[in-house]
Ligand binder design. Structure first.
Ligand SMILES: [Cu+2]
Length: 95
């Protein structure tokens, strides 16, 4: 009983997380630490209604600049904040 409840809770949490962060596919083209920018070749960004392209993003947390490298495949979320596109979440693509 306890086991069933735990699994159900985990599934519910997973569903919420997936909805909240529908991650886009991308490949890092350039990491610009001086300007805190990432150039990413990205697939469609549904939340921004943007088709796939290569473009420059700001970052919400500059720590991510040390966590990714040019050529790395990633999954990420971007938002438009104060008129500019900002990466708000990024992680290595599933291997
Ligand atoms: Cu774009």
């Amino acid at each position: 009983m306890l086991r069933t409840t735990t699994i159900a809770a985990m599934l519910a949490l997973a569903a919420i997380t997936t909805n909240a962060t529908e991650l886009a596919e991308g490949e890092i083209r350039k990491v610009d630490k001086d300007n805190a920018r990432l150039t990413i070749q990205h697939g469609p960004l549904k939340n921004l209604d943007m088709p796939g392209m290569t473009m420059v993003f700001g970052v919400r947390d500059e720590a991510v600049l040390d966590q990714v490298k040019a050529g790395e495949k990633v999954r990420f979320q971007a938002e438009k904040i104060d008129g500019r596109f900002v990466v708000t979440h990024i992680e290595p693509a599933a291997r």
